[in-house]
Design a protein. Structure first.
Length: 282
């Protein structure tokens, strides 16, 4: 396996691969890899002649310094998992200095309102950080295809908007959410939960499934009330938001219209550890 910690040697290594017109698949991660990440890599391996995985905890997308400090960093274990999947995968594990050239500051982006909903509303500046790092990584790797999980559906839509607005020559591919045995959406943050918290956190997905069922026959207001009540009497959980939104615009909806795709989004604190999930309602 080849591991690069600097962008210059990585760019030099990828240059002949691009010259040969080989396809490059790219999976950007912040490490602490789980089966969901590995599934993205597997798909890239199937669909491309070369696969690059980045492992970088990006400081500009954290609005909470404590969250950044506590984010798991497990590079050696991550490399072991990637090697077991395929030693042909190229790993890019840069420093902040290498990525940002000594100036870790976000650019400002206009994602036509996508950035102002849900995560953007509760995490100011988050999507400027996401846009900055994704654009930078695309410049370095210049992938043919890039793979993102649908758990971060809002991020997926924003990356697609970034590519469209900047006419970038990369295809963005969204991949299904991977779930643990109890249906909790896989996340690097899950590692910070105790066994009991992890077990009880299955309530998040259970509530989304019930919300989807209720959405078939009840009003959006009624579904919202159901979700609020579901978490209200659980001391372990603190519901930050539950939103039913238009899947394309991400704008919150109060009434249902025909020929629109709707999606439910949720963010919940489990003993101060923030988890998100989403489900299609159509």
């Amino acid at each position: 396996m080849q591991i690069f910690h600097g962008k210059a040697p990585l760019i030099a290594h990828l240059k002949p691969i691009k010259s040969a017109h080989s396809t490059i698949g790219f999976v950007p991660t912040m490490g602490a890899l789980h089966a969901g990440h590995l599934a993205l890599m597997e798909r890239s391996l199937q669909e491309n002649e070369c696969t690059v995985v980045s492992i970088f905890v990006n400081p500009t997308q954290f609005n909470n310094p404590e969250d950044l400090a506590k984010y798991p960093r497990t590079l050696d274990e991550d490399v072991r998992k990637i090697t077991a999947l395929s030693p042909e995968i190229i790993v890019y594990a840069p420093s902040v200095e290498d990525i940002y050239d000594g100036n870790p500051v976000s650019q400002s982006f206009d994602f036509e309102g996508l950035e102002n909903q849900m995560e953007g509303k509760f995490r100011p500046g988050h999507f400027n950080g996401v846009g900055t790092i994704v654009q930078r990584l695309f410049e370095i790797v210049t992938p043919t295809n890039a793979y993102f999980g649908e758990k971060d559906f809002q991020q997926l839509q924003i990356v697609k908007k970034l590519v469209a607005k900047n006419h970038l020559e990369v295809t963005i591919i969204g991949c299904p959410i991977y779930r643990e045995a109890n249906q909790l959406a896989m996340s690097s943050r899950n590692e910070r939960l105790s066994a009991d918290e992890r077990n009880q956190a299955s309530l998040i997905y259970q509530t989304l499934v019930q919300a989807k069922e209720k959405f078939k026959t009840e009003s959006i207001e009624s579904v919202n009330q159901y979700v609020q009540e579901a978490f209200k009497n659980h001391s372990l959980f603190d519901l930050e938001y539950f939103v039913i939104a238009d899947e394309e615009t991400l704008l919150p909806c109060v009434t249902k219209e025909k020929n629109k795709n709707y999606r439910a989004f949720i963010a919940v604190f489990v003993n101060n550890i923030r988890l998100i999930d989403t489900i299609s309602l159509n």
